[in-house]
Design a protein around this ligand. Structure first.
Ligand code: ATP
Ligand code: MG
Length: 313
């Protein structure tokens, strides 16, 4: 089985239990929950039995150990996670507003994963894995961005494949050099997984079909478009499939995209039929939003089968 690698942040998330505007007054919190988009993505892959590894950096503290323990338990190779004594593991505090939007307080750039550099262990993983998943967020940080670009070039040169989730938050869109890196990764991408308007990031077309066709003609094999509570769509050459959303109670949407993506990639790498990969990914995204905490809603195959059977009902 092909082994998946990703590079990026491992952090904890701490969630306010009340809704409102940010953290300007004392309030009840729940956490730490294991988090970080690349980590959630791999946790989902690991739960579905796909071999996978992460390159990251954490402090020698409880927040780091919460993550390592969870990832290991779910089958993720953490040999490429450097433990940095005296540094702190990254964190994100999140509070939902009444309208469903979120405000964050991040400690990522100045945390242990903000100082990620190649190590012997990370080099060994880049040489031994068969697929690289790239998060657009990783490309916004100069050092990390270069490391990801280097891994992507080497993966392609060795005949490996690349998936790419732009995952762009408005705060990072104007980071220096980001555009160029996004374009360079897209040119190497086999599986593109944008959400919403990110489909038009590189091809400002009038319709989704036009944008998808233009992207496919650049050499991308598969595009899956995430639509939040609206479900998802898949585009391949001459093929479009729409997945209607499953009906679930949304308690915490954070991590849905990564759970969806990890599940889709697991099936895609196993050469599953596109319909099947999309159906399971749609279920993984739906199940993810029913749990508080970004990594709490990743699913096993049995959990996805149970949800799909229930909804066929
Ligand atoms: P994030 O980056 O915050 O993790 P995203 O924008 O990348 O999220 P979404 O589109 O929010 O990803 O969610 C991914 C997929 O999960 C959707 O395409 C859909 O299949 C499923 N999903 C998300 N929210 C819901 C919901 N409320 N009900 C049913 N399915 C959902
Ligand atoms: Mg996303």
């Amino acid at each position: 089985m092909r082994k998946v690698l990703t590079i990026g942040e491992v952090l904890v998330e701490i969630v306010a239990t009340t809704k409102g505007n940010g953290f300007i007054e004392a309030q009840p919190l729940i956490g730490p929950f294991p988090s970080g988009a690349p980590a959630i993505f791999l946790d989902q892959l690991g739960k579905l039995g796909t071999p996978c590894a992460i390159i990251s950096r954490v402090g020698d503290d409880d927040f780091g150990h919460v993550n390592l323990t969870r990832l290991r338990a779910d089958g993720v190779d953490v040999s490429g996670v450097e433990i940095a004594p005296g540094e702190s593991t990254g964190s994100a505090f999140v509070r939902y507003r009444e309208d469903g939007s979120r405000s964050f307080v991040y400690n990522i750039r100045h945390s242990a994963c903000g100082n990620l550099k190649p190590t012997d262990a990370s080099e060994a993983l880049i040489e031994s894995c068969d697929h690289l998943h790239v998060m657009g967020t990783a490309l916004s940080a100069p050092g990390l961005g270069e490391m990801v670009m280097d891994a992507a070039r080497r993966m392609k040169a060795r005949g490996g494949t690349i998936s790419f989730d732009p995952n762009l938050r408005p705060e990072i869109l104007n980071s220096p050099g980001l555009r160029e890196r996004l374009e360079a990764v897209l040119a190497m991408t086999d599986l593109f997984m944008p959400s919403g308007d990110e489909l038009f990031l590189f091809e400002p077309s009038r319709s989704e079909t036009d944008a998808a066709e233009a992207l496919l003609s650049r050499g991308i094999r598969t595009i899956v478009l995430k639509r939040g509570a609206g479900g998802a769509s898949l585009f391949e050459d001459g093929l479009r499939i729409d997945a209607t959303p499953l009906t679930v109670e949304e308690l915490d949407p954070t991590g849905a995209g990564d759970s969806f993506g990890g599940a889709f990639l697991s099936f895609w790498l196993a050469d599953a039929k596109p319909e099947l990969a999309l159906r399971y990914a749609n279920a993984a995204g739906a199940r993810a939003v029913t749990r508080i905490g970004p990594m709490e809603g990743t699913s096993t195959r049995a959990e996805l089968d149970a949800l799909l059977t229930l909804q066929k009902g």
